[in-house]
Design a protein around this ligand. Structure first.
Ligand code: GLU
Length: 478
């Protein structure tokens, strides 16, 4: 087999999204699995829709994921001449032709076709021009496009590596415009010319390009070239069904970066969104993916995009990070504070983070001296406010006596004391934790107290007692 060469060919019209990243990843994995090459081509012939930030997001996004391409990047806007030349060659061969029809004529033609109940399709009027008529129009500098001359009958068959055989009747295909009146190529022409010029062996892309594929195959035939293998990936759907809209959640790849996802987790997650390794292994490094990836086990069914699963992967990778690295990742999401303080908080949160940005909300109570929460959050199950205040008062006395202020020691002392006095863990630990954090879910009170220090811990327990007493006084008077 010839050396495998794949490419990712995004149009820089919008930010690289996660679906595009998966297409790039699969193309990259397939090339690397076969010790081949992976190319990057920017399909920027549509200058009106070109956005420089979109192009920048493609480079940044792929680099972030660790997907590297062969230099140089191919930019279609620099190759207009090649496309034009190929279109002219096809005209000379008779597999393409000039079309001078005005937009008004085309619109009228379509209206008539519609009223007759037929699908709109170019009627090949200009194919019937005599040489003299054609020359006259060219001499008059009439504006024209170049169209592919699609045969009226016959079938185009595609053996898609993911979907198997797909057939299209030529009679259903329009005489595709290859070169526009401004001299720029359409996507179809530029795409095929470049895939051929780069010796692409496998075109891996989203299923939305399936309707274009028979046109591409016809173009390959018209040019006398062999088409590559096509593999069309099924698009993601939402959990519960339906199309994933761009507005839903963070679909821009780099938004995942800003939210605090690790590229390894994103790569691992998207690799399994549509490809089945046929083992129970879930955690794959990029190198392991290169080793294991194959086109055969790409699923035909639409993969479900499940953010919870992405969070799970990210959590797995976060747990593996050395603390120093984790601190660097978390710092942008935390207020400025001494590094020693930050590092204790980060270490405490490591097992609970789904993404780095979670640390902001998870650790608010470490960065404020003004905890506000509802008094009834302090109540454990059916325990009354008066009893809770009493338990906290007992706890306060215990804590005051403590000289070694450190998590394991706090835990040991308080648990022993609870047991000796036959108290319930919940009656002490629940209100204590709420008193320190003001929230329903947080790490255990020992760890939090150790980081807060003795003074702040005692002050917060006292604040809770005060809050409870005004609460039950109010209760009694009402
Ligand atoms: N420029 C097309 C896109 O934006 C390329 C499709 C293909 O891979 O052929 O997806």
């Amino acid at each position: 087999m010839a050396q495998v060469i794949t490419r990712f060919a995004p149009s820089p019209t919008g930010h690289l999204h996660i679906g595009g990243a998966r297409t790039a990843l699969y193309s990259y994995l397939w090339a690397k699995h076969n010790h081949g090459k992976f190319l990057l081509r920017i399909e920027d012939t549509d200058q009106a829709r070109y956005h420089p930030e979109a192009e920048a997001s493609i480079y940044e996004g792929l680099r972030w994921l660790g997907i590297d391409w062969e230099e140089p990047v191919i930019k279609q806007s620099t190759r207009t001449h090649e496309y034009r030349q190929q279109a002219e060659t096809l005209v000379k061969r008779g597999t393409a032709y000039y079309c001078f029809c005005t937009p008004e004529r085309l619109e009228l033609m379509r209206q008539i076709q519609r009223t007759k109940g037929r699908a709109p399709k170019y009627d090949k009027t200009c194919l019937r021009l005599t040489n003299a008529e054609l020359q006259h129009k060219l001499d008059q500098h009439e504006s024209y496009v170049i169209r592919l001359n699609v045969p009226d009958s016959g079938t185009i068959t595609i053996d898609d590596a993911v979907r198997g055989r797909i057939e299209f009747a030529c009679s259903e295909l329009d005489d595709q415009i290859l070169l526009k009146s401004d001299g720029f190529p359409t996507y179809h022409l530029a795409n095929v010319v470049d895939d051929h010029a780069s010796n692409i062996t496998h075109v891996i892309r989203g299923e939305e390009w399936i309707p274009s594929t028979p046109k591409h195959v016809l173009l390959y035939q018209a040019c006398g070239w062999t088409p590559p293998v096509f593999a069309h990936l099924s698009l993601f759907i939402k959990k519960g069904g339906g199309k994933l809209s761009k507005r839903e959640g963070a679909t821009g790849l780099l938004e995942y970066k800003s939210l605090g996802y690790l590229p390894q987790a994103v790569v691992n997650f998207i690799a399994l969104l549509g490809w089945n390794p046929k083992t129970s292994q879930e955690i794959f490094s990029l190198a392991e993916l290169i080793q294991a990836f194959d086109l055969q086990h790409i699923n035909h069914a639409n993969p479900i995009f499940d953010t919870e699963k992405l969070d799970w992967f990210n959590g797995q990778y976060i747990r593996q990070l050395p603390l120093a690295e984790l601190i660097t990742y978390c710092q942008p999401y935390l207020p400025a504070a001494p590094i020693d303080y930050i590092s204790q908080i980060v270490a405490l949160e490591q097992d609970r983070l789904k993404k780095f940005s979670d640390i902001t909300a998870n650790s608010t109570f470490f960065f404020t001296d003004q905890l506000t929460y509802e008094a009834n959050l302090l109540l454990w199950k059916k325990t009354t406010a008066a009893n809770t205040a009493h338990y906290l008062q007992l706890l306060l006395e215990q804590l005051q006596q403590l000289t070694t202020w450190q998590a394991t020691n706090l835990e040991h002392t308080i648990i022993t004391w609870i047991q000796q006095h036959q108290l319930h863990n919940g009656d002490i630990l629940w209100p204590w934790r709420v008193a320190l954090t003001g929230v329903k879910a947080s790490p255990p009170p020992f760890a939090v107290a150790a980081i807060l220090g003795k003074d702040r811990t005692l002050a917060r327990v006292q604040q809770a007692i005060n809050l409870l007493s005004s609460y039950y006084e109010m209760d009694h008077t009402s």
